[in-house]
Design a binder for this molecule. Structure first.
Ligand code: COA
Length: 178
């Protein structure tokens, strides 16, 4: 298994991975919706505000992940992990955690201070994410499941409370995702 940075020539294969994986786990409609989300992320986001990574085995993409810029009131450099998918047939073999850690190490090397995500704390706590109160850092939209608002610091400094709102990229700016 090789991990590398997403490049535009990966676009169609990566959209297919997300669509297929989420169709299998959440149903076809969700598969299409996540495929569209990923397509929007790739085509509508300023390249400075998006970074993706792929896990490749024998020439096939078996996993992919995106981090996009989250503008936070403190002015710290921050990204949000969303979404991530690992091919159904190889789920549960550690690739997801390796891919997340690969992405986090890269972001750290680029002096990113904070990384957020919105998901299952039981899973994301395996790669250093912890629950964070919306009183510490507001999410860009009202959260239907505040328990899933997660963050970690990459610069060794504790996350300090910030006042003001945060802003995600256009592709994630749909209240339905939150
Ligand atoms: C969620 C996902 C990315 C995890 O990647 P993975 O490679 O399958 O997971 P790993 O092998 O790295 O980790 C497996 C561990 O995480 C746990 N885990 C996996 N998916 C989980 C989930 N959705 N919720 C809670 N725990 C989960 C497993 O129980 C296992 O725990 P263990 O190590 O204590 O046995 C992958 O299963 C996937 O693509 N699922 C469908 C799409 C999805 O839900 N994406 C995340 C939301 S954007």
């Amino acid at each position: 298994m090789n991990f590398s940075i997403f490049t535009p020539e990966n676009t169609q294969e990566v959209i297919n991975v997300f669509t297929t994986v989420f169709s299998a786990s959440e149903g076809e409609e969700e598969g299409r919706s996540i495929g569209n989300l990923v397509s929007n992320l790739i085509t509508k986001t300023d390249p400075d505000d998006l970074i993706g990574f792929v896990a490749v085995d024998k020439g096939s993409i078996l996993g992919a992940i995106f981090f996009s810029r989250l503008t936070v009131p403190s002015g710290q450099v921050a990204y949000i992990l969303s979404p991530v998918a690992i091919a159904t047939e190889v789920q549960g073999t550690g690739i997801g955690q390796r891919l997340i850690n690969y992405g986090l190490a890269y972001l750290k090397s680029q002096d990113v201070s904070l990384v957020f995500t919105y998901g299952d704390p039981r899973y994301y706590s395996k790669t250093g994410f912890q629950q964070i109160s919306e009183k510490v850092v507001q999410a860009p939209f009202p959260l239907s499941q505040p328990i899933g608002w997660l963050a970690q610091s990459l610069d060794g400094e504790p996350i300090k409370a910030m006042s003001g709102s945060s802003q995600c990229v256009e592709a994630l700016s749909d209240p339905g995702y939150w």
